[in-house]
Design a protein around this ligand. Structure first.
Ligand code: ADP
Length: 688
């Protein structure tokens, strides 16, 4: 019966051990395996009654810390984790549990050893342990970091020079730093917290604007607004705000960083004002240097002053040194009635505030005419002017006038304002000085031009003197011919030979007389044209005509000296743009000099051609085979009054006149000469 029970139990265990996925064996007291499940047999291939230590561990003797022995000994189970080498050589980690199987008397009949392969589990466990370990480390680090950043933020919060306010989601003030208390003008944090809502710092509309922006975008960056501090004192502020959320994304409140920019705003406004003024000063000094027209300069300065200084009228007086009186030269913003008063137009030095300013050169400020001592105060008040600044105008330490800047309202003259007006005053002083200088220069230039014209004229007269011989010869010859024919005809008449048979001869005489008389008339006409003083008139002329006309004037001189004339004129030359008379004069001077340089005999060559390499220029060359010019003389040859000729005969103005005429025509003049061989003057003239 007992055996039956045991067997039944045995069967039960058997079924049980087959159903599990572990390796199970039953071991008797001799450590022999009396039963094993299929899994075990497949893996370890056991023989019946084999010793468990041999099958399990491939040992000859029982294990040292044998679980089976301990279980038999104690009557309760033991467990162990051991490495077991499997069939495929893999070493598996096994959790081995030894369970006693007892009979009814409580004696251990055999021991069941159950081994679970925990290699994988162990592996996973190790990984989990590692991960957990890492997580723990990370957590510790994070905690440390958090602690540090918490400290950092706390420090920033406490030490920030900007106000930092923390609110709850509805804008209730939760925390404020010390700077916040100070910026808002309170004594303690408690006072600020007592405001309850942050909205109390804003104007209503502005709070809506702020709130709307922060809700929509989650932050506000440097929003400029006015805030209210204690006792409704306002100040300019820059607000930066961020929404605060917790890990779940829920809004926990807002942080507001407020910077008081009142001081910055003030200096910004001052800089802006200063910049505007500097720009104006710049504009005035630019117009001063870009224009020399005094009226233009003064009026533009007045416009700029009115534009920037919010003043209503400006008057500028300049000292008329001859009459020793201040004279109104430019003005704006004063009624016609007042401005036409004699005391507004002219003012004696010392008369009234204006007159006193020119005496001592001190800036005078009248912030309210009602309190002023000026003798003309009534008219000025009637005009509606309340305040005026009298600014002396001077340059290089010399007072030259006064500027009056007036306003219809009492003005508080800040130091920057006066500084600015004084700077404008000195700019105007410079402008006046420049314009005066320019006028003087202009006058001197006009005088110089007159003198130059006189020189040209006198040189012309000198040429006329030289021409006298030519004229005498030119006119004498035809006149002699005419006289001869007249005498001949008188003779014919006296002899009664004035008959039809002689008609042909008489007709010939008359024709000759006519042409010779006409030639005389032509010579006189040329002479008159040449001697006439005329303004320069630029027209198109054929250069060949000018050359021919000039040669006709000098022909006799050349003939007398037996100078050979060579004329080389390139065909189809374009016209030159010039004053015929003046170029004729210039060429005549060059030809006379050439003739003078050749005492007896020689060749004068006059060439006209296109200037090589310059389309818009013609060249007229006057060459002689005379004595030439030394290098030393070349330097001075165009200087007025330089002459090497006999004193009294020549004055040394010929070439300087040539130079003046050619440069006035935008032409050029060059000289090539070799002492003893001859000289060539080349005149370049614009053409086309
Ligand atoms: P002037 O004929 O009254 O002396 P110019 O100004 O015409 O005055 O000439 C100045 C000087 O230049 C002359 O005195 C002369 O020495 C020199 N000169 C000008 N043209 C020639 C020339 N073709 N050959 C040599 N010398 C010349």
């Amino acid at each position: 019966m007992e055996n039956e029970v045991f067997l039944q139990e045995h069967k039960y265990y058997r079924r049980l051990i087959e159903s599990v996925t572990d390796y199970v064996v039953a071991v008797n007291r001799n450590y022999q395996i009396i039963m094993a499940n299929e899994l075990f047999k497949n893996e370890f291939g056991m023989q019946p009654n084999d010793f468990c230590y041999r099958v399990w561990k491939d040992r000859k003797e029982k294990c040292k810390d044998c679980l089976v022995a301990k279980t038999y000994r104690d009557g309760w189970g033991h467990w162990n984790v051991e490495n077991v080498t499997m069939k495929n050589g893999r070493v598996a980690k096994m959790l081995i549990k030894a369970i006693p199987v007892k009979n009814e008397q409580g004696e251990v009949v055999y021991v069941l050893e159950r081994a679970t392969d925990i290699t994988e589990r162990q592996h996973i466990q190790e990984n989990i342990d590692k991960i957990v370990g890492n997580l723990e480390d990370m957590l510790a680090n994070r905690l440390e970091e958090l602690q540090k950043s918490e400290e950092k933020y706390r420090t920033i919060f406490e030490r920030s020079r900007d106000a930092i306010i923390l609110t709850n989601p509805t804008g209730g003030i939760v925390e404020v730093n010390q700077a916040g208390v100070h910026i808002l003008g309170y004594e303690t944090q408690k006072e600020v917290l007592a405001l309850q809502s942050v909205s109390r710092l804003f104007e209503t509309q502005e709070y809506f604007r702020f709130q709307e922006k922060v809700t929509r975008e989650g932050f506000v960056k440097e929003l400029e607004t006015r805030l209210f501090g204690k006792n409704d004192r306002t100040f300019d502020a820059l607000i930066t705000s961020n929404v605060m959320v917790d890990v779940t994304g829920r809004i926990t409140g807002y942080v507001l960083i407020i910077r008081d920019i009142t001081a910055r705003k003030i200096s910004q406004r001052q800089i802006e004002k200063r910049n505007i003024r500097l720009n104006i000063l710049n504009a005035i000094s630019k117009s001063v240097s870009s224009s020399l027209n005094l009226d233009e300069i003064l009026n533009s300065a007045i416009d700029k002053i009115l534009e920037v200084l919010e003043s209503d009228s400006v008057r500028i007086y300049l000292l008329d040194k001859k009459r020793k009186v201040l004279k109104l030269v430019a003005h704006k913003g004063i009624s016609a009635k007042l401005i036409n008063e004699p005391f507004m137009q002219y003012r004696d030095p010392g008369d009234g505030l204006l007159g006193q300013t020119i005496l001592d050169g001190e800036t005078r400020l009248v912030d309210n005419f009602l309190r002023s001592q000026d003798p003309y105060v009534d008219s000025i008040i009637e005009e509606g002017l309340h305040s005026t600044a009298y600014i002396p105008l001077s340059t290089k330490g010399v007072l030259m006038g006064v500027m009056c800047v007036g306003s219809h309202y009492p003005v508080e003259f800040a130091s920057g304002y006066i500084e600015f007006l004084t700077a404008i005053g000195s700019q105007i002083g410079v402008a006046v000085d420049n314009a005066n200088l320019y006028e003087n220069i202009k006058r001197a230039y006009e005088d110089l031009k007159d003198a130059q014209e006189q020189i040209v004229q006198s040189e012309k007269l000198a040429s006329l003197g030289k021409l006298a011989a030519t004229i005498a010869h030119e006119i004498n010859n035809p006149l002699a011919a005419v006289l001869t024919y007249i005498r001949l005809m008188i003779k014919l008449k006296d002899r009664n030979q004035f008959s039809c048979e002689r008609l042909d001869d008489i007709t010939r005489y008359l024709a000759t007389m006519e042409s010779e008389t006409a030639r005389c008339g032509e010579i006189v006409k040329n002479l008159l044209a040449f001697s006439r003083q005329s303004k320069i008139t630029i027209k198109r002329h054929r250069v060949a005509d000018i050359i021919d006309r000039t040669l006709s004037l000098i022909a006799h001189d050349l003939e007398m000296k037996e100078i050979h004339l060579k004329k080389i004129i390139e065909p189809d030359l374009p016209d030159v743009h010039c004053d015929f008379q003046q170029i004729q004069q210039a060429l005549l001077n060059l030809m006379y000099n050439a003739s003078d340089a050749m005492v007896q005999r020689g060749t004068l060559t006059v060439t006209a051609r296109r200037k090589p390499g310059a389309e818009k220029f013609l060249e007229v060359m006057v060459s002689d085979t005379g004595r030439g010019i030394t290098d030393e003389d070349k330097e001075k040859i165009f200087d007025p009054f330089f002459t090497t000729k006999e004193e009294g005969k020549n004055v040394g103005l010929g070439l300087s006149v040539v130079y003046g005429i050619i440069t006035r025509h935008n032409g050029t003049i060059e000289l090539e000469s070799e002492a003893g061989k001859g000289s060539t003057f080349t005149v370049g003239l614009p053409c086309g």
